[in-house]
Design a protein around this ligand. Structure first.
Ligand code: NAP
Ligand code: SF4
Length: 681
């Protein structure tokens, strides 16, 4: 095969079925699983990914019974009636030449409901509900529920199931002694503790027959204290293979682990070494996972023999045509997942439908369509930040003639700042994608061109889109202006672009997303841990489970490059409004570097000594932070001075992104708003 990705695109023969390549779309809850009325959307979502040539799709998790629910009334497959409702999903995937497996997810003590059950009566740190400890009959009922669910999945037309045995869910809870305190046949020795998954796989295999895919997701690195050791992982893998599993997929980290496993600051393929360690211990195919987001990385892992398959979930939300593009020599057109979690996992945790920051169509395939425009309009888009780029490329993709004006000498807007933050290097990929997309769709890009009212009134364009972005808000601290010229006071853009030297002691004014990012930038040394797996592992305390149970070691933190004070006026905890699934990582990361996070601050003045503050409404405790540099991260204000005069002149004007609402300046909102406007013009 003449391809840059021969290993990735090689079929995988499982004996009774041949998968068309080595890409497994990892299970990802979308919020569409919970009510069959959403199944037509799920059908469109999976069909699009099957059309994009994914080898094996795994659905989001379905509970085998109510005890296994993730939350009350979450999706479960327990009856033939529900199985029939899944049939259009499996037919749609098959019609596109794909294969699909249903994930059976029993959450055990992670269940957010009062019916939760587990090995022992021990509450998890992430659910307020105390689980009921199962008796022997109760365990038998759970096993039967798994088997019944697999049989129903087969009836529904699925090619297989994935038995979720990792991430700290029900099965995992039986495997480790600190959660399994039983002294019966299901606890005590490791042979007893692993009996549950072995029984489930054995009896499922007996029930579904030999020609049905059984993926077992095995927790190879628990990342919790007293987790499994390597010997146990190998024993379990071999037992699961003997019991009839077809593929072993990798699970990394329990949900209660305090180590990031999929966030953007985790280096690419940071955990592939764990799967590789298991290679040779079993004969069935192994699938590796976590932070694999480009075909190059996936190809390298397979070529090096780290695994037989590669699991990607979020990268296929970001681009359903990932595999098709890789296969047709268009890898540079892939819309790459930047691992931000903002529209996928954060949405799921807020009980909203999962989507994707860089691809707002994900999860919305039936409603957000980029159909060919009925007539070709001439459209000006002003500003090439995320909103303008999304809007211009969707418009041009639909057949409009688009001029994109950018006053700066490059595209990207605020993304050019984000990609300089250690741990946010992935933002480069989004700019690479848009750069290519501008070429492919034929947008006429005018860099270094400041559109003016006069230039936009020349009658060339039928519609005008303003995506002119924001300027940094000036918090008007007395003395700040006098110290700007000397570089003692900088705004965040000046700091991140490295335009001025920054001292050894720094106060950051404002602790929103950007204040946190700037603090991270200031404390990180020459090497970003996100680009160096070994450095990252040392800092977070990750090691080989052969050396320590669960793969946990004492963190060895590089000293901070600077002393940083991160300040805000609110008295609420700093970083409270950061992303649901990533905020804790930003806070933990700054704590590791001994950043002092201080709230309830009133900014009094800046002088040669530093930043003078007081505290609370009463302005007590006058204090001076003796810093060399003050970086202002006090939010933004919209730039839309072209709007009123253009409207007054009777032009059709649309305002999007930060230019529309500065408080909502965030890339998710910007790309979504730009794409949705472009879909209807
Ligand atoms: P932001 O989230 O609105 O935070 C602005 C900060 O400035 C707040 O801490 C605010 O806290 C402070 N502030 C506001 N007015 C001030 C004033 N007059 N004087 C002094 N301090 C003032 O804005 P941002 O940090 O610039 O972020 C902008 C957007 O980018 C956000 O919508 C965010 O979603 C997005 N973003 C997200 C991430 C992420 O990690 N997910 C990262 C970067 C950016 P006090 O009023 O309490 O002082
Ligand atoms: Fe990836 Fe972010 Fe999209 Fe989720 S929202 S799929 S993490 S780019």
């Amino acid at each position: 095969m003449h391809s840059a990705f021969p290993h990735l695109l090689a079929p995988l023969d499982l004996g009774f079925v041949r998968l068309r390549n080595r890409v497994l779309m990892g299970s990802m809850h979308t919020g569409l699983e919970d009510d069959p009325k959403h199944f037509p959307r799920l059908e469109a979502y999976f069909a699009e990914r099957a059309r994009g040539q994914v080898g094996l799709i795994v659905t989001g998790g379905f509970a085998p019974n109510v005890e296994g629910w993730a939350a009350p009334f979450s999706g479960r497959l327990t009856t033939r009636g529900t199985a029939a409702k899944h049939a259009p999903i499996t037919r749609a995937v098959h019609a596109e030449g794909g294969h699909v497996a249903l994930q059976i997810l029993h959450t055990g003590r992670y269940g957010y409901h009062p019916l939760a059950v587990s090995a022992s009566r021990l509450r998890s740190p992430i659910s307020p509900f105390m689980p009921r400890a199962l008796g022997a009959r109760g365990i038998e009922r759970q096993i039967r529920a798994f088997v019944r669910c697999a049989v129903l999945a087969r009836e529904a037309g699925y090619d297989g199931v994935e038995i979720m045995g990792s991430e700290g869910y029900f099965i995992n809870q039986f495997l480790v002694e600190h959660v399994n305190r039983r002294d019966d046949a299901w606890g005590g020795s490791y042979a007893n503790r692993m009996r549950l998954p072995v029984e489930i796989v054995t009896r499922t295999r007996e029930a579904v027959g030999p020609d049905f895919i059984l993926v077992y997701r095995l927790s190879m690195l628990d990342l919790v204290p007293d987790g499994s050791d390597w010997n146990e992982v190998v024993q379990l893998a071999q037992a699961v293979e003997r019991a009839g599993a077809t593929i072993i997929n990798t699970g990394i980290g329990w949900h209660e682990a305090r180590i990031p496993t999929i966030a953007t600051s985790v280096p690419r393929a940071a955990f592939a070494w764990v799967t590789r360690k298991l290679k040779g211990q079993v004969a069935i195919p192994l699938c590796t996972t976590n932070r694999i987001n480009t075909p190059d990385v996936a190809e390298r892992l397979l070529a090096e023999g780290a695994a037989d398959m590669v699991s990607m979930a979020r990268p296929l939300l970001a681009d359903p045509d990932f595999v098709a593009k890789a296969a047709s020599g268009r890898a540079d057109e892939i819309n790459t997942c930047i691992a931000c979690n903002q529209a996928c996992l954060d949405h799921v945790f807020q009980r909203k439908v999962a989507s994707c920051l860089v691809n707002p169509r994900a999860g919305h395939e039936t409603e957000l369509r980029y159909a060919r425009a009925p007539s070709r309009k001439r459209i000006a888009v002003v500003g090439a930040g995320p909103a303008g780029l999304a809007c211009a490329t969707v418009l041009a993709g639909r057949g409009h003639a688009v001029d994109l004006f950018e006053a700066g000498d490059d595209i990207g807007g605020q993304f050019n700042l984000a990609l300089r933050v250690p741990g946010k290097e992935e933002f480069r990929e989004t700019l690479r994608y848009f750069r290519r997309r501008l070429e492919v769709t034929g947008v006429r890009l005018h860099l270094g061109t400041r559109a003016t009212v006069a230039s936009l009134l020349d009658g060339t364009h039928d519609e005008i889109v303003l995506s002119t972005g924001v300027v940094a808000r000036d918090p008007a601290i007395p003395g700040a202006d006098e110290h700007r010229a000397s570089g003692r006071v900088l705004d965040y853009a000046e700091a991140l672009l490295g335009r001025r030297p920054i001292g050894a002691r720094v106060a950051v004014v404002g602790a929103g997303g950007i204040g946190f990012d700037v603090a991270e930038y200031l404390v990180t040394g020459a090497h970003s841990p996100s680009l160096d797996v070994e450095l990252w592992q040392r800092e977070w305390g990750v090691t080989d489970p052969e050396l320590a149970r669960g793969g946990l070691a004492a963190p060895q933190i590089e000293p901070a490059a600077r002393k940083v004070y991160l300040l805000q006026r609110k008295s609420t905890p700093l970083g409270k409004d950061l992303g649901k699934t990533t905020g804790w990582i930003h806070r933990a990361s700054l704590k590791m570097k001994r950043v002092e996070m201080i709230g309830d601050v009133r900014y009094e003045r800046i002088d040669e000594r530093g930043l003078h503050v007081s505290f609370g409404e009463a302005r007590t405790q006058p204090t001076v932070f003796e810093v060399d540099t003050v970086v202002l991260c006090a939010g933004q204000e919209s730039v839309r001075d072209l709007d009123a005069p253009l409207r007054a002149a009777g032009r059709r004007v649309h305002v999007i992104g930060g230019a529309d609402v500065a408080a909502e300046l965030d890339a998710k909102h910007a790309i979504d708003q730009g794409s949705r406007l472009a879909a209807r013009l």
